[in-house]
Design a protein around this ligand. Sequence first.
Ligand SMILES: Nc1ncnc2c1ncn2[C@@H]1O[C@H](COP(=O)(O)OP(=O)(O)O)[C@@H](O)[C@H]1O
Ligand SMILES: [Mg+2]
Length: 274
Amino acid sequence: MVRSTTATLGEARQPVRGEVLLRTERLSKTYATRAGEAVHALQDVSLAVGDGEFVSLVGPSGCGKTTLLMILAGLVPRSSGEVRFKDADVHEPCTEIGLVFQRPVLLPWRTVLDNTLLPAEVLGLGRERLRPRALDLLKMVGLSGFEGKYPSELSGGMQQRNAITRALLQDPAVLLMDEPFGALDAMTRDRMSLELQRIWEMSRKTVVFVTHSIQEAVFLSDRVVVMTARPGQIAEVLRVELPRPRTLEIAASPKYNSYVLHIRKLLEGEVHEG
Ligand SMILES: Nc1ncnc2c1ncn2[C@@H]1O[C@H](COP(=O)(O)OP(=O)(O)O)[C@@H](O)[C@H]1O
Ligand SMILES: [Mg+2]
């Protein structure tokens, strides 16, 4: 049995680590297409994420995972419900919330260091003031010595680590990550999972992580939120009670595998879009 039979969905929506930092309450989103049709992307999503918690979102494609992250980032307006960060309404981007996309979106004409420092310029935080922090972050993600290189001279995994340093530059409390390792090969993904676990443990950030990989979600998370097909609703929130720090050998653990299997079965019932 992978979950406590006494935990209700209501309880499972509460953090297992830290005080509530980010919270949605009956959040719904309907897009209007150009043809004038309504697309119900999210419905009644209520979830609280704790300070320092690592939460993953998994679900069929088109179930609103990216939409949810964009609303949490203040980049897309919600249709109804509440979104709160430290009890303040989220309706525009703020420096406390950093975002990492599936593609690293680095500027090809800027060096690694200058890509890390981009937010300093965009947000007017002072390039010289943040330079030492940028160098520290590059060291933390293993890119020391590559400060003067250009994105085209880096591997996919290194580019994504560069993008992570950029998201961390402004020292956000929350890191939202939308399938950040989706474009990487399997072995690089494994290494990036280990790396992200280490970064998370060192930086004590709150992470909301979207992934297609059930294994990746179980490996990294305190809780895994399993969503239904569109309109995306929370099907179940699974608490992952595996000791940390986790190593890749965990793939041989029966408990780990029972979590993976449980989530796979939940998702099998959902229809994939496209
Ligand atoms: N700007 C938009 N206008 C209309 N429909 C959209 C828009 N963005 C996303 N959608 C639709 O909303 C649904 C959820 O999309 P998305 O959040 O990208 O899902 P996921 O990230 O889980 O694959 C999909 O059906 C998608 O086509
Ligand atoms: Mg998406």
